[in-house]
Design a protein around this ligand. Structure first.
Ligand code: 2HA
Ligand code: ZN
Length: 270
């Protein structure tokens, strides 16, 4: 058996949580990540027949039975993951009946997977239905995107349009646009179902006055979506109270899309 602390998937999630913390996206115990692992890659590092304990799910996750996820722990701080991955992270497998998550590694000291595990699994099911390569679902509180939901229309077409205008690379990174949900109560089935529905259509969903839920085939994809939209939101917040003299036109944004060979969501540019 190889040493799990050499596993690329562990290194990746540790670097990601540390970066997200330092970027100010995940204060205190906020944010959560789930990362779909391959059985073969995981089996090189841990015994797959040793279930440490089980956690019941409040959804039917049969579509994911047998699938293995690396997840952040409930109430854990992203800031601490790099110092004690075994306590702050866990590897779970969805049981055959889709009703429990079986702990195979981590969450030492009696921890539990993120309290948002069921919504994460719903988002994985939704995202895998449109992209079988999807691996990552993550939730965070990026400052400027969240700030923007306090003062900008949360109509997703208008919200996306502003993000396309305020960062040069936006149209290349998220030509498909960004979904937006209004303020909702977290931890509810209502928010989980609404997010799963939106994330089927958009890889990034903004939760107004709260944060974001993102998806990707890799951390580079999911992280890149957030950092680019967050950069656009930051520039917008910096200049929105000043006269707008030089905002790029839709013709200019269309020219960029053509240059990068991407198709902006139909009807969202003039
Ligand atoms: O993980 O951020 O919205 C804690 C949260 C829930
Ligand atoms: Zn949150």
């Amino acid at each position: 058996m190889k040493n799990i602390f050499d596993a690329p998937f562990l290194t990746e999630i540790i670097r990601t949580t540390s970066n997200m913390y330092r970027l100010g996206w995940d204060e205190c115990n906020s944010g959560n990540i789930s990362y779909l692992l391959g059985e073969n890659e995981t089996g090189q590092y841990i015994a797959l027949n040793n279930v440490i304990r089980s956690f019941s799910l409040n959804i039917d996750a049969k579509k994911l039975s047998g699938k293995i996820f690396l997840v952040t722990g409930a109430g854990k701080h992203f800031r601490n993951v790099q110092y004690n991955p075994e306590e702050n992270l866990g590897i779970v497998r969805i049981s055959n009946d889709g009703r429990t998550a079986e702990l195979l590694w981590g969450l030492s000291g009696g921890g539990r997977p993120t309290s948002e595990l069921s919504p994460h699994l719903m988002c994985h099911i939704a995202r895998l239905s449109v992209n079988p390569e999807n691996r990552i679902i993550l939730h965070a509180h990026p400052v400027n995107l969240t700030a923007m939901t306090y003062i900008h229309s949360i109509d997703e077409k208008k919200f996306t349009h502003t993000l396309w205008q305020f960062c040069y690379e936006s149209i290349g990174i998220f030509p498909d646009g960004i979904g937006v949900l209004p303020w909702m109560l977290s931890g509810t089935n209502e928010l989980a179902e609404a997010t799963a529905k939106k994330i089927e259509e958009f890889r990034l969903v903004v939760w107004a006055q709260h944060g974001i839920a993102g998806a990707g085939a890799s951390f580079d994809e999911a992280f890149g979506l957030i950092e680019t939209s967050e950069k656009a939101a930051e520039i917008y917040i910096k200049v929105m109270h000043m006269p707008d003299l030089n905002i790029p036109s839709d013709a200019q944004i269309t020219a960029l899309a053509e240059r990068w060979n991407v198709c902006p969501r139909k009807g969202w540019l003039n």
